[in-house]
Design a protein around this ligand. Structure first.
Ligand code: B12
Ligand code: SF4
Ligand code: SF4
Length: 226
């Protein structure tokens, strides 16, 4: 994608199961602190990040958000190596607009679930941080690929939720949380959101139960505490 540091950045990130998910040259409208010349998004797809985190997690077992704490360390070190500043999607509120940035870096599109869908990874990917570089790196434009949801006639994601939490008005978080912390008839806590699992795109990247369950427990306990 880019000139100087980008290839070695890929290698450094891959050691932790992470991927450089493209970058762009921010303007004052992109909601970034400072005015960096380039922003590179860092994320995960499929289980690779989970494998790396799982091997290191004993060191993070006692904090409230072990995955976030691990990412802060990993990406903080990478940022230092490359002379960049690390930004994180969980710092907030107010939160940094990672999904808006992602649309500038990759062929991702809105899905009816609120998550961005990727033509290859489907719904099985996320954004873990971003690296802000002072300099203007040479970056390529994202591929243009059509939105998988446009040709998905049956939209199985919208009928898979046992409590119809995805409504015309958006995602009904309390209804979802009430259900997954009680009857949980969709087995969402152990296997991940049933609506997400119903999507046919990118199934080979689907999170294993250990990873899916970890994210769901973190989500449910954060919501129950708020
Ligand atoms: C607050 C938040 C939530 C809230 C509220 C979501 C909402 N209704 O808006 C809660 C706690 C409910 C939530 C839940 C989840 N979230 Co969330 N969340 C965020 C967070 C931290 C901030 C969003 C925000 O306010 N941005 C600020 C505005 C200004 O930025 P924006 O990009 O312009 O905003 C966009 C989003 O708000 C989005 N949006 C609107 N409605 C919904 C609904 C859902 C479910 C999601 C995921 C997004 C979404 O549309 C906006 C315009 O593009 C982001 C990280 C981030 N910094 O973006 C993750 C993020 C959006 N969440 C994410 C995910 C994966 C989830 C979960 C699926 C986690 C899980 N369990 O695995 C769950 C959904 C529960 C389920 N059924 O499984 C991912 C989405 C990845 C992707 N492929 O797009 C993000 C980007 C975090 C990440 N690490 O990648 N989330
Ligand atoms: S099931 Fe169809 S509509 Fe739903 S997210 Fe997947 S591709 Fe999009
Ligand atoms: S986690 Fe389960 S209850 Fe919540 S939105 Fe997904 S399918 Fe519905």
């Amino acid at each position: 994608m880019a000139s100087t540091p980008y290839d070695s950045l890929d290698v450094k990130l891959a050691a932790h199961g992470l991927i450089a998910r493209g970058g762009f040259h921010p303007t004052s409208e992109d909601g970034l602190p400072g005015s960096p010349g380039s922003l590179v998004l860092v994320g995960n797809a499929g289980p690779a990040m989970w494998v790396a985190f799982d091997a290191a997690r004993h060191a993070y077992a006692h904090g409230p958000n072990p995955l976030d704490a691990w990412i802060v360390d990993v990406l903080g070190n990478v940022a230092e190596t490359f002379g960049a500043a690390a930004l994180f999607p969980f710092d907030g509120p107010p939160y940094l607009p990672f999904q808006r940035w992602a649309r500038r870096t990759e062929p991702v599109h809105s899905s009816p679930l609120g998550m961005l869908i990727h033509p290859e990874f489907g719904l099985w990917h996320g954004y873990r941080g971003a690296l802000a570089f002072a300099e203007r790196l040479e970056l390529s434009l994202p591929d243009t690929q059509s939105a998988p949801c446009e040709s998905c006639v049956d939209r199985p994601c919208l009928s898979a939720c046992p409590v119809d939490a995805f409504t015309d008005d958006g995602y009904d978080v309390p209804v979802c949380v009430d259900h997954i912390t009680s009857a949980d008839s969709g087995d969402c806590m152990a296997r991940g959101c049933a609506a997400r699992r119903a999507c046919p795109v990118g199934r080979k990247y689907a999170y294993e139960p250990a990873q899916a369950g970890f994210h769901m427990r973190a989500f449910a306990s954060a919501q129950s505490a708020s």
